[in-house]
Design a protein around this ligand. Structure first.
Ligand SMILES: Cc1ncc(COP(=O)(O)O)c(C=O)c1O
Length: 413
């Protein structure tokens, strides 16, 4: 393969159909932000929206904004908007609560599809909050419910006719490994189990086809690749065929069939709004719309193409220019199997991540030994890939990462 140069990468930027999106983000001067897989960058328009919701809708409209500014319906109106990003119908998605809380609600619902079964299949190496949420739910349910842990290579074998539901993450948070949503969901359905998916690292980074894959329930955060803001409410998907056929456990008034009748007893509404529990984080929801609107203007196939190209170039350059420093690729080498991030194993990874921060590169560290670089195609340039590897090589060859100030762990790594 011809050698990669900065000039070649600059040429790729010149013809990049997504290039103009970068100007729509407010990125700090000189910073290369490779952490969009944790928290997406801020779309410039979000600042105006935040001002509007606080200074106008809240300050002037007061409680009337529940009706006049559409606050009350935001989980559904934004759910309708975001649905195509995950291959869902508009009436199958709400934006509400956090991913973990939504996971709790959807898994409790999914288990009702097979009340005769007691096993949930999950990846043990999954993002821990998913395991914790499911462990908590199953303990509360009691009655013999257990988790059967599997890993990417043996998930299909773990799905047999004891399984009530699978609860699987589409793209692995550490390695970026993509699981085959269609094949795993088919396998679950073939044995009569329900399929629940977590799309945190795929929504907004690649085409996701929940309905084409016949998924039953799904969750996803919106603060990563959809750029909805810190702690923004999460996606909750329930396939229409299940509406009205289950009860979710967090039975608050927003899921009631007539919340403003203030009846004593809970009677769920029989559509997607049943998944809501209570009063919503309205400021956060309002800002989220900016990231969704921006994402809807971009072609998701172009996003995926650029993401694959960027991660390919990054792997090639790190392996070529930093080989002697012992960076071991953890992510799949085949870009078709890799999400929008690249992880390298490096024993002393944490201080290197800290030193990169001091040199204007924001990436992160996931214990033990994973240095993660996230590539958000809407605001990164191909030349950024070159510049990051340049800075990484400088830090490694000078040994500056060994300085005492880089050894101290922050609470968030
Ligand atoms: C796969 C996955 N699930 C869930 C979460 C987080 O969920 P929450 O927003 O509820 O903390 C993350 C966070 O990065 C994640 O990577």
């Amino acid at each position: 393969m011809a050698k990669m140069t900065r000039k070649k990468l600059a040429e790729m930027d010149r013809v990049d159909p997504l290039a103009s999106f970068r100007d729509e983000f407010d990125l700090p001067e000189g910073v290369i932000y490779l952490n969009g897989n944790s928290l997406g960058a801020m779309p410039r328009a979000a600042a105006d929206r935040a001002r509007r919701v606080v200074e106008h809708e809240w300050a002037k409209g007061l409680i009337g904004s529940m009706n006049t500014a559409g606050w009350y319906e935001l989980p559904s109106t934004l759910g309708q908007k975001i649905a195509p990003i995950v291959g869902a119908k508009p009436n199958e998605v709400v934006l509400t609560d956090s991913t973990g809380i939504n996971l709790y609600k959807v898994l409790a619902s999914a288990l009702q599809i097979r009340p005769d079964r007691r096993v949930v299949v999950m990846e043990g190496s999954n993002f821990p909050t998913n395991n914790y949420m499911v462990q908590g739910l199953l303990e509360q349910l009691g009655d013999g419910y257990t988790i059967r842990y599997a890993e990417a290579e043996n998930i299909l074998d773990a799905i047999d006719d004891d399984v009530a539901a699978i609860c699987i993450t589409h793209v692995h948070y550490k390695t970026g490994n993509i699981l085959d949503m269609a094949a795993i969901t088919d396998r679950a359905h073939a044995v009569g189990a329900a399929a629940v998916w977590d799309l945190c690292h795929s929504a907004g980074a690649m085409p996701v086809e929940l309905n084409a894959c016949n998924v039953d329930f799904a969750v996803a955060c919106t603060y990563k690749y959809i750029n909805c803001g810190p702690g923004s409410p999460a996606i909750l998907f329930a396939a229409e065929r299940h509406h009205g056929k289950f009860e979710q456990p967090l039975t608050g008034w927003y899921g009631h069939k007539a919340p403003f009748n203030f009846e004593r007893d809970y009677v769920p509404v029989k559509d997607i709004r049943q998944m809501l529990s209570g009063t919503q984080p309205t400021v956060s929801l309002s800002i989220a719309e900016i990231g969704i609107d921006l994402m809807l203007r971009a072609d998701i196939n172009e996003i995926r193409r650029k993401s694959m190209r960027m991660t390919e170039c990054f792997i090639e350059l790190v392996e070529e220019r930093c080989r002697e420093f012992g960076f071991e690729l953890v992510s799949p080498r085949d870009s078709a199997k890799r999400g929008s991030q690249v992880s390298f194993f490096k024993e002393d990874g944490y201080p290197i991540v800290r030193a990169l921060h001091d040199h204007g590169v924001v990436c992160d560290y996931r214990a033990p030994g994973n240095v993660r670089f996230g590539f958000a195609p809407l605001y990164l340039r191909y030349v950024d890939v070159w510049d990051v590897v340049d800075r990484l090589r400088d830090i490694l060859s000078s040994g500056s990462w060994q300085g005492a100030k880089y050894q101290v762990r922050s609470a968030v790594t």
